[in-house]
Design a protein around this ligand. Structure first.
Ligand SMILES: [Zn+2]
Ligand SMILES: [Zn+2]
Length: 117
């Protein structure tokens, strides 16, 4: 494949416009390649990505806390539903089961999400 601007062999793609470019046209930003036109855009993009990675790495702690919270809510609701009514299937009880199912679902979702780490 040839460079978008020259008749030379392309060595990479701009991270912003995905044009194939030669060594002379590309700027290596360490975290990706950019054409001269998009140097700033790609820098911004890289900043954004590293910010996201930081947020991402804080997430497991937060979600496991949310998990426990819903699990706790579920137990409280089930206990409340169980102790205030003869019928096992009252609203509080059903909501309690809902919270627990939600928390288990959340647990598996975050596990899938973070299995690479
Ligand atoms: Zn570009
Ligand atoms: Zn070129």
């Amino acid at each position: 494949m040839n460079c978008f601007n020259h008749d030379k062999e392309a060595v990479g793609f701009c991270k912003h416009c995905y044009k194939a470019l030669c060594r002379d046209c590309l700027v290596d930003l360490g975290d990706g390649l950019a054409c001269k036109e998009h140097e700033n855009e790609v820098k911004e993009l890289n900043k954004l990505v590293s910010k996201n990675i930081k947020i991402h790495s804080n997430m497991p702690k937060n979600t496991s806390f949310t998990n426990l919270f819903y699990l706790f809510l579920g137990i409280v609701f089930i206990w409340f539903g169980y102790s205030t009514s003869d019928k096992i299937l009252n609203l509080a009880f059903i909501m309690g089961i809902g919270f627990i199912v939600f928390s288990i679902n959340l647990f598996f979702r975050t596990k899938v999400l973070f299995k690479d780490e």
